[in-house]
Design a protein. Sequence first.
Length: 135
Amino acid sequence: LISLELGESSIWLDKNTEVKLIDGSAGHLRIDVIQGRVIVIGELEIQTRELITTVSGTTTLIHYSWLDELEITAIDGSTLVTAPQMSTIPLDNQITYQFDTLSPYFFETSGAFNPNNSEAAKFYDQILSGDVFLD
């Protein structure tokens, strides 16, 4: 597992994940998830193409770059998504949202978040249970 610390925030990267730091200034932390799966714990913004996800809490995000899709689940706290020509969308906790990352922007919910049914169940279990040093 790879983790990054930005200010008071932690970013956990699953395998085959690529991120880029866009802004590291105090009070305005922003990363770009180019592809892959992350869990963010803390407060920061995640940019994925034109979409901006503002996290204050714990959120997981998966960017399927080859499909131009993004899955976002607010696990706890507050998560907002902003896209051009759309109102800011507050996400309900424990519900997975799917977004198109190219215009015209579209989103839908795909049900309750269940990390145990994910292909990345071990990744989620290690981080969300606090057992991040186990293999």
